[in-house]
Design a protein around this ligand. Structure first.
Ligand SMILES: NC(=O)C1=CN([C@@H]2O[C@H](COP(=O)(O)OP(=O)(O)OC[C@H]3O[C@@H](n4cnc5c(N)ncnc54)[C@H](O)[C@@H]3O)[C@@H](O)[C@H]2O)C=CC1
Ligand SMILES: O=C(O)C1=NCCCC1
Length: 338
């Protein structure tokens, strides 16, 4: 029997390199969207609602023959948590040949980082080449992860934040201005990253915490929506034609972030079609048409409509976690990190 390795959050943070994961996730998304030819088995997340306290526990297993990945993530999300993070997660990494458990690792850091990176992969394919204005709705973990991930793609001239509680939005804006979010990224990277370039070159920019969503998204090229909203907060009438939107909240069938007009008039891409059709209120309740999975653009079976308003709607995929977990496990094993 192999010994079970425990990899804690600090070790995961030290081992992960965003540039490596961006490439692995991009390739993985492309492979996933090959359908039955992909060799990836990933059922839609099974989520238990903890009704009395408004909490959820999701199970996310997957197997990929070509990657040699057999993992399960358990993720809890409690929108009302204050003393502990709203999302907590653990990933079990198995030997796919005999089913033995090789490692149990923290999944919170992986969830936080990979979600922003997957949106960055989508943005690379769907947004215009010359994006200057970034708007982020929300000021939590994913808002920060998206800021870091988007900054690796573009040197924005304006970054605009809106948050339901303005004080938290201001705090987030201050962190952006200070460069501390990208500095953390630098510390965890083993290579010089494009984010570093962004930190040092971006002298001439403004970072604003706005009073309204309308003000934040006016003329924005890239809009990231990362909240626990249950009613639409982003309306089509405020969004510039041709903008690209990453929408990562609305992960329950009755939760919304984007209004019907926006969902039905834009070209909608998803991480997983099956997942979004069963889990996302933005897709289910708007009855919008899903044009493609982002993986289908990556693997060239569907087009990128960069000149139109595009939405990347994600709910999260087990294979993303599996790819990250295997990467962390192998780095941990090879560096003998304790
Ligand atoms: N698509 C994916 O792969 C993933 C999606 N998520 C989802 O992304 C969203 C954000 O997650 P985190 O940043 O980790 O959470 P967080 O707890 O760190 O931040 C939540 C943010 O939502 C805002 N918010 C809460 N209720 C709101 C409301 N009714 N209207 C407007 N804003 C509201 C808060 O002010 C805060 O800015 C959640 O819906 C979460 O479940 C999280 C992980 C992966
Ligand atoms: O993919 C994930 O992990 C999550 N997605 C939706 C909300 C909980 C975490």
């Amino acid at each position: 029997m192999s010994t079970l390795t425990w990899i804690d959050a600090d070790t995961v943070k030290k081992l992960l390199n965003r540039d490596d994961l961006f490439k692995l996730l991009e390739a993985g998304m492309g492979q996933y969207s090959l359908g039955i030819d992909s060799g990836i088995v990933q059922p839609v997340r099974c989520t238990v609602a903890v009704q009395d306290v408004e909490g959820y526990l999701g199970t996310m297993p997957c197997y990929s023959r070509s990657h040699g990945i057999l993992t399960t993530k358990l993720v809890s999300f409690y929108p009302g948590n204050v003393r502990v993070p709203t999302h907590l997660a653990w990933i079990m990494h198995f030997n796919h040949l005999d089913g033995t458990l090789l490692a149990l690792m923290d999944g919170e850091v992986i969830t936080n980082v990979r979600t922003g990176l997957v949106s960055a992969v989508a943005t690379k394919y769907l947004a215009g080449k010359d994006s200057k204005i970034l708007a982020i709705l929300g000021a939590g973990t994913q808002a920060r992860s998206h800021y870091v991930a988007m900054s690796s793609l573009y040197q924005f001239k304006q970054v605009r934040i809106w948050n339901r509680t303005k004080q938290n939005g201001e705090k987030f804006a201050d962190e952006i201005r200070s460069g501390s979010l990208l500095a953390v990224q630098d510390a965890t990277s083993t290579t010089t990253t494009t984010t570093t370039t962004m930190t040092t070159n971006n002298n001439n920019w403004t970072v604003t915490c706005c009073d309204t969503v309308e003000e934040a998204v006016k003329d924005a090229d890239v809009i990231c929506v990362a909240t626990f909203a249950t009613e639409p907060i982003l309306k089509k009438k405020w969004v510039k034609n041709g903008a690209h939107i990453n929408a990562v909240g609305a992960v329950r069938p009755n939760w919304r972030e984007l209004d019907d007009d926006l969902m039905t008039s834009s070209v909608v891409y998803t991480d997983t079609r099956d997942g979004c059709l069963l889990e996302s209120g933005d897709v289910i309740l708007s009855k919008c048409k899903i044009y493609a999975e982002i993986g289908e653009v990556i693997n060239k079976s569907k087009q990128s409509y960069q000149d139109e308003t595009t939405i990347f709607k994600s709910v999260g995929m087990a294979i993303e976690d599996g790819i990250c977990a295997k990467y962390i496990y192998e780095k941990h094993t090879s560096t003998n990190c304790t």
